[in-house]
Design a protein around this ligand. Sequence first.
Ligand SMILES: [Zn+2]
Length: 356
Amino acid sequence: MTDIPTITRAAVLVEIGKPLEIMELTLPTLKPGQVLIEMAYAGVCHSQLHEIRGRRGPDAFLPHTLGHEGAGTVLACGEGVSKVCLGDRVVLSWIKGEGVDVPGTTYESAIGTVNSGAISTFMTVTVTCENRVVPILEDKLPMREAALLGCAVPTGAGVVINTADVQAGSSVAVFGVGGIGLSAVLASAMRGATTIIAIDIVDEKLEAASRAGATHTINAATEDAVERIKEITEGSGVDTAVEAAGLPQTMEAAFVSVAYGGGLCVLAGNVAFGETINLDPFDLIKGRKIVGSWGGETVPDRDLPRYAEMFLSGKLPFDQLVSHEWTLENINTAFDELEARQVSRALIRMKDKNGI
Ligand SMILES: [Zn+2]
C-alpha cells in the first residue's frame, strides 16, 4: 500500500460567479467517522452549477470545495468506521446512508482555510464520512459507472422505481434528459412502460433518449410539449411525468401533462433559489398529483447495490448517461457546457493525476 497522501488537488469555489480555482489543499487528520478516499471519477450536476453561479442563495461557506457524486478507493478510515475498509472501492453520494455522519471538514491552503461539507468529490483525494459512502460489492462494476450511482442514477432511476413506482404498460413523460432525465428514461424502459416521451431542447440529447428507450421525443424549442403529449396520449395525459430540467416553466408543463384522476408529476430538478411555480388548484382537485423527490427516495445501502446489479445484468445500461469526460483542470469547461445544456452527464476523471 502506498503512503497516505498529505496533499490533494481540488476545484475550489472562491467567489460566486467566478470559475472554480484548482489548488492544492493540505489534508486534515481524519475525525472519527471520516473516510479518506482517492477519487477516480466525479460527476458534474446542476446542483453545483447553481452553487457556482450563486443561484442557491447566500453562500456562507466560501471558499469551499464541492461535488456530491463520485467513486474512489478508501485510503484510510477514522476511528469508529466499520462500513468500509482500506482498499475498498466505494460510491460517494450526497444521499445519506448508514454510518457515522460528520457534517463537514476543513482544509488548509495558500489562500487560507477552505471549507467542505460532508462530501466533496471535485478533488483527487477527499475526506468524507461513513454515511456518504457505499462499498462497491460488484468487482465487475467499473469506477466510471460506479460514479453515476452517487446522484444521477439514484435520483433518476429512483424517481421511477421508488417515488412513482412506474408500472409495466404505463406512460411516462420525462422533461429534460440530462443525467437524471436519461436515467429516468432507462428505468422506465426497464419497468416496461410502453409510452416513454422525452422532452428537451437539444436534438443530440433526444437521440440519446431514444437509444435509452424513449418511444417519442419532443424538441420543446420548436414544438409545444404539452400539446404533443396530449396528442400522443389521445387526450388523456401521461400516468407519470418526471421533471428533470430544473426550470419553473417545465415544472408547470410537466404537471399539466399528467392525467386527471391519479396522474403523478414528480419534481426531480432544482430551480434557482427563490423561483416559484404556478399551479391551478382545480387540477389538484381533479386528481393531478405533484410531489418533490429527495434523491429518488433512494436508500443508498439498499438500492445502490441493486442499481449496480441492474447495470451488470444489462437491465439498466446507465453507462449511456456519460456524454463527456474532463480532467480536473478542465472542470470549468464542463460547467459551461452544462449551462449551455449540451451534456447528459459529464464526468471528471481524476485517474490521470493520481494513477488509479
Ligand atoms: Zn447531483
